[in-house]
Ligand binder design. Structure first.
Ligand SMILES: Nc1ncnc2c1ncn2[C@@H]1O[C@H](COP(=O)(O)OP(=O)(O)O)[C@@H](O)[C@H]1O
Ligand SMILES: [Mg+2]
Length: 285
C-alpha cells in the first residue's frame, strides 16, 4: 500500500510545488494523476521515490517511511519503487533481455550481476515479465532496433522484473501515437493489477485515464482537487483542474463589466435627471 499524507514540497528556489497532498493507493489499484503542465505531477512522483525530499508530511510504502529515510535505507526503498519514464531510459546497445535483467540489479549484492551473470531465478523473472507485455519474441533484439511502443513495453517489463512494491509512471505514452498509447497503458494497468502493485500514472490524456484507470487524482497548483472514480470526472471537476485561471479571469471580467454597467447606469440616471430638470425649467412660464 502507498500512503501519501499532507505532503508539501518546496524547491530550493523557494517555489512551493506541492501544498498539501494526501492519497492512499491500495495494492493492485491503478490511479491516474491528471492536471495541467506545471501542476506538480512529476514533483509528486519524485517525492514518492525519494528523488526529491518532501518538506513536510509523510510517504509510506508498505508502512516504510520515505521522507525520513537517508543513505542505505533510502536506497533500499528505491529498489522497491519501479519508475517508468516518458523516454524509456533503456540501454540502447544491450539486448532486450539484458535491459529487463537490469531490473533485477537492486536485488543483487554481488559483482556477478554487474557483469550480467544472473542466476536462473532472475532469468525466469525476466522471461515472465517480457511475456506479460508480449515482448518475449524480441528478447534477443538490441534495444535500439525496437519501435517506441516496443521500447516502452520493455521498460515496463524491466520495472516488473524489479518486483516493485509501487509503480510510478511519468507520462509513459507522451511520445507515442494514440493507438500504441492505448496498448501500452492497457499492458501496464493489467500487469500492475495482476501483480497487486499500487500504481500511479501521470497522464495528460484524460480519455486514456478514464478508460483504463480505477481512479483519477486531479492536481491543480500543487493541490488535489479531485480524488475518486473516473465516473465522477464532471465538467465542473475538469474546470477546477484545467481551467481555474480562465474561471478567475471570467470572474474578474464579470466584476469589471458589472461595475462599468453600474457607472453607465449612473450616468444615464444623472443624464435623465438633468433632462427632467430641463423639462421642469422649460415647463415653467
Ligand atoms: N527544480 C525545480 N526548481 C524550481 N521549480 C521547479 C523545479 N522543478 C519543477 N519546478 C516547478 O514546479 C512546478 C511543478 O512542476 P512539475 O511537477 O514538473 O509539474 P507537472 O509534472 O505537473 O508538469 C512547476 O511550476 C515547475 O516549474
Ligand atoms: Mg511532469
Amino acid at each position: 500500500m502507498l500512503e501519501v499524507r499532507n505532503v508539501r514540497h518546496v524547491y530550493p528556489n523557494g517555489y512551493q510545488a506541492l501544498s498539501d497532498v494526501s492519497l492512499t493507493i491500495e495494492d493492485g489499484e491503478v490511479a491516474a494523476i491528471i492536471g495541467r503542465s506545471g501542476a506538480g505531477k512529476s514533483t509528486l512522483l519524485r517525492c514518492i521515490n525519494g528523488m526529491e525530499r518532501a518538506a513536510s508530511g509523510s510517504i509510506r510504502i508498505d508502512g516504510v517511511d520515505v521522507v525520513g529515510a537517508h543513505g542505505e535505507a533510502l536506497r533500499q526503498i528505491q529498489t522497491k519503487v519501479g519508475f517508468i519514464w516518458q523516454e524509456y531510459n533503456l540501454v540502447e546497445r544491450l539486448s532486450v533481455m539484458n535491459n529487463v535483467l537490469s531490473g533485477r540489479l537492486g536485488h543483487r549484492q554481488d559483482l556477478g550481476s554487474a557483469l550480467f551473470h544472473f542466476d536462473r531465478f532472475d532469468r525466469e523473472v525476466a522471461v515472465h515479465s517480457l511475456e506479460r507485455v508480449n515482448m518475449l519474441h524480441r528478447a534477443q533484439f538490441r534495444a535500439d532496433r525496437l519501435s517506441g511502443g516496443e521500447k516502452q513495453r520493455v521498460s515496463i517489463a524491466r520495472t516488473l522484473a524489479q518486483r516493485p512494491r509501487v509503480i510510478l509512471a511519468d507520462e509513459p505514452v507522451a511520445s507515442l501515437d494514440p493507438e500504441l498509447s492505448e496498448q501500452v497503458i492497457s499492458d501496464l494497468v493489467h500487469a500492475a493489477r495482476d501483480e497487486g502493485v499500487p500504481t500511479l500514472i501521470n497522464l495528460h490524456d484524460v480519455e486514456l485515464a478514464v478508460q483504463f484507470c480505477d481512479r483519477i487524482c486531479a492536481i491543480a497548483q500543487g493541490v488535489v482537487v479531485y480524488d475518486g472514480p473516473p465516473s465522477g470526472l464532471t465538467d465542473e471537476v475538469l474546470n477546477r483542474t484545467y481551467r481555474f485561471d480562465r474561471e478567475w479571469k471570467s470572474y474578474t471580467r464579470g466584476i469589471i463589466e458589472e461595475a462599468s454597467a453600474m457607472v453607465a447606469a449612473a450616468y444615464v440616471r444623472a443624464d435623465s435627471l438633468e433632462r427632467d430638470a430641463e423639462l421642469v425649467r422649460g415647463a415653467r412660464p
